[in-house]
Each structure stands twice: as structure tokens, then as C-alpha cells.
Design a protein around this ligand. Structure first.
Ligand code: GLC
Length: 430
């Protein structure tokens, strides 16, 4: 389904965009005249994850209409976080001048900044952040400097089937109890829905989900400095056990071990899940054509052990590549994506979480998207993932060991002990 939607979006885009080969969007050279580049204008390429939400045609059309000499070409990557990252790393390593503006997941900011791959938004590149949600600005800041323009925030939400239960569970025990007699155990069969799924494949999304479970019980992955390992605790074990026991007891179907965002969304959309953890973008798709649950679901804050849990803070910001040859145009593009028009379109067309604070108290928007206050809370109380240039090693430590525990190949205790050691080793010296 993600792929089907994306094909439609690409079709639309190709009609409105300038055709330019990726990797050749600049004027050549290796980019040593920084000041000259900072003032240079011309066409730009915007590299971003697959547009499952259908918001890019508006962005491209609006920008191109108002910037005929600086048109944007959009390169859509896959919809998988890890593939997006490795694509960007390869192009940065090759100093590709054709990747002008790139979408930076909140957890990549530190690495990209420390490696000098994205331009600090200071001095003549400064960006006004006064109207933006503070959490999003923080997620784009490294060592006190802003490196990217907040584009879309992300807070986890619980999706639940209103035809199966009238109210959302606030605790994990309630969620499990609500599933009794209404769901099948252990696997997706097609007769009744399975109980619950999030994102449990071995990739960035598992780090998100595991950290959420761990934080909910008072555990933590890293300490207040945002990087030193603290994950090996009894509280973390209780948290991770919500997921481990889910697979053991059957309230999470075994198929979910292969779920990224798209697969969990597809299962919920096909009526195969009673509860799902996902990001806000799922609302628009689940209410769209072909969805079996359109009008039959609602969203609520994530449950926890004894009341609502806290989301892991997600989201994306736009950075200007150090190797861009048209940095002045790129900066204007960043300012454009903070505009009311773009942020409103992202919300109304794709139910993406805006970064403009005012949108969360706009009565017309709240009337249409009644969950906006819950979403705002999810973002404001969202727990950031570790902030370190060595994040790839840290997330690998979390994913690998959490995955082994979910598969039942390792005890929860062993997984957390290993996680702790691997996080320490990934950040040692840093
Ligand atoms: C969403 C979030 C992002 C996270 C990713 C994991 O895209 O916005 O922060 O890393 O999901 O799959």
C-alpha cells in the first residue's frame, strides 16, 4: 500500500518538476569557496523519504511557481529510515553537490553536524525559530548551534479500533484485557484481528519502540547528558518485558517482528490489528480510499504501566549540504518549508505533525483533527533518543539486543546487559 501511494505521488511530481539527474544538480567543483556558495542561487535538489502522505506535489508546485530560476527537483528515497540514512551517508562521503537540501531525521543531526556535512544555520544563514515548537528546534541543534530547519515533528500515538472498543486503554494491562475474546493470539489469521503491534523489525523503529517501553517504566537508555549508558536497570527490564511478553503470550503477533511503519500500518488498515503504535501520518492513510478501517478508529496517547507512557521524540528537519552550490536558494527553501502554507498542507493533506506552535491551538484545525492536543503533548513530553555523533553505533546496540530478546533468543536481562556494554563501547572516547 505504501508503494502504491508512492507511485501515484511520483507520477504527479514528474509532471510538475524540472527533470534533472540526481548527483548533477550543482555547477561542479569540490566546494572550497564557502562564501561564494553561500550567496549562490540556482536550481536545487531536495532529498527526502518516500512521500507516502502525498504532500510533496504542493511543496514543489508552490516553490517552483514563486522561484522560476531556482526550481526544485525532488529525489524521493525509500520509506525506510535506515536506507535513507545510508543513502545520505554515501552521497555526503562522495561530496555530492547534487544533494542541496536533505531531510535529517532528528537522530542524525549530531552525526551530520560533527562530520561537517550540513551547514550551520548561523550568521548569514540564520533562521528565525521563534514560531517553532521548542522540542523541534532542540532536535535540530548540536553543541548549541542550529544545523537544520524543523520540517515535521513526530510523536507516537495509540491507534485503536472504535468498532471493537469505545475508549482507549491508558495502561498496558488494560490494553491486554481489552483484547481478550476480541483478538487471535500469536499470529495474524484473518478471522479476528491480532491484539497489538508497533515497529519491531531490526531497524531504527525498534530503537524507538524499545526506548518507549523502557522510558515508560522509569528506565532510561542514557543519562541526563544524553549519551552515557544507563539502560541496564530493573525498571528498563520491566519496560522491555511489555514487548518481550507480548510475543511470548501472543498479544503481539509474530509477524510484527518484520514490521516497520508501513507494514504495521498495512496490517491495521486491513483490519488485522485491534491496537497499533504509529506516528501521526497514519491517520490520513487509514481514513483514505481502500482502508477497511476508515471511520472505525481513533487515536490516543500511548499507554504505559500505570497511566499514559511517553513517546520517543521523532521528526525530521531540513539541512543544507556543505557541498551544495546553491546555498542561498537552499536557505530560502528552508524558510519556505516553515511557512504557514506548507505546514498547513502537511497537516491537512498528510496529517503530518506541524512544527509551528500556533497550529496546535487553531480552533478550525482542532475541530478537524480532534487529537491535536494529544499530539502536542506527545511531542512536548517526547523523550529524545541519545544525542551523539556515534548514534549509529548506539542504535545498533539497542536494536540488536532488543531484537534478540523479542525473538526469545536472549533473556531480557542479558539483552540489557549487552545493550549497556555496546552503548558504552560505541560512545567511548566521545
Ligand atoms: C519516523 C520518525 C523518526 C524515526 C523513524 C523510525 O520517521 O520521525 O524520527 O527515526 O520514524 O523509523
Amino acid at each position: 500500500m505504501g508503494a502504491r501511494r508512492a507511485t501515484a505521488a511520483v507520477g504527479l511530481l514528474s509532471a510538475t518538476l524540472v527533470i534533472a539527474a540526481c548527483g548533477d544538480g550543482g555547477s561542479g567543483g569540490s566546494g572550497n569557496s564557502a562564501t561564494q556558495d553561500a550567496n549562490a542561487r540556482g536550481p536545487i535538489t531536495f532529498v527526502t523519504g518516500k512521500d507516502n502522505s502525498g504532500v510533496l506535489p504542493f511543496i514543489a508546485d508552490e516553490w517552483n511557481r514563486t522561484h522560476p530560476d531556482e526550481k526544485v527537483t525532488i529525489k524521493q528515497q525509500s520509506d525506510q529510515a535506515d536506507q535513507q540514512l545510508s543513502d545520505l551517508e554515501q552521497h555526503f562521503q562522495a561530496k555530492d553537490p547534487g544533494y542541496d537540501v536533505v531531510t535529517v531525521d532528528v537522530v542524525w543531526t549530531a552525526e551530520f553536524a560533527a562530520k561537517g556535512w550540513i551547514t550551520p544555520l548561523t550568521g548569514q544563514n540564520a533562521l528565525d525559530t521563534t514560531k517553532l515548537l521548542p522540542a523541534t528546534v532542540k532536535s535540530a541543534t548540536y553543541n548549541g548551534k542550529l544545523y537544520a530547519a524543523p520540517y515535521g515533528s513526530d510523536g507516537g500515538l495509540l491507534y485503536y479500533r472504535t468498532d471493537l472498543t469505545k475508549t482507549a486503554p491508558t495502561t498496558w494491562d488494560q490494553l491486554i484485557a481489552d483484547c481478550k475474546d476480541k483478538t487471535t493470539k500469536g499470529t495474524i489469521t484473518g478471522t479476528k484481528p491480532a491484539c497489538y503491534a508497533g515497529q519491531f523489525a531490526k531497524y531504527e523503529g525498534l530503537t524507538v519502540n524499545a526506548a518507549e517501553a523502557i522510558n515508560a517504566t522509569g528506565g532510561s537508555v542514557v543519562g541526563p547528558d544524553g549519551r552515557s549508558a544507563t539502560v541496564d536497570s530493573a525498571q528498563s527490564a520491566t519496560g522491555l518485558d511489555f514487548l518481550v511478553n507480548g510475543f511470548k503470550d501472543g498479544y503481539i503477533p509474530k509477524e510484527a517482528l518484520g514490521f516497520q511503519e508501513t507494514q504495521s500500518l498495512n496490517a491495521f488498515e486491513a483490519g488485522q490489528l485491534m491496537f497499533m503504535r504509529n506516528w501521526p501520518y497514519a491517520v490520513a492513510i487509514l481514513n483514505g480510499k481502500g482502508s477497511k478501517v476508515a471511520g472505525k478508529f481513533a487515536v490516543a496517547p500511548l499507554p504505559g504501566p500505570s497511566g499514559h507512557g511517553a513517546s520517543t521524540l521523532g521528526g525530521h528537519n531540513l539541512g543544507i549540504s556543505t557541498y551544495s552550490k546553491h546555498k542561498a536558494s537552499a536557505l530560502d527553501f528552508l524558510k519556505f518549508i516553515e511557512s504557514d502554507a506548507v505546514q498547513r498542507n502537511n497537516l491537512t493533506v498528510g496529517t503530518l505533525a506541524p512544527v509551528l506552535t500556533a497550529m496546535y491551538s487553531d480552533p478550525a484545525l482542532i475541530a478537524k483533527f480532534t487529537y491535536l492536543p494529544d499530539l502536542l503533548k506527545s511531542i512536548q513530553t517526547g523523550v529524545p533518543r541519545p544525542i551523539t555523533p556515534y548514534y549509529p553505533g548506539v542504535t545498533e546496540a539497542i536494536e540488536t539486543n532488543a531484537y534478540a530478546a523479542l525473538q526469545g533468543r536472549m533473556t531480557t536481562h542479558q539483552a540489557l546487559t549487552n545493550m549497556q556494554a555496546a552503548i558504552k563501547s560505541a560512545t567511548a572516547g566521545g
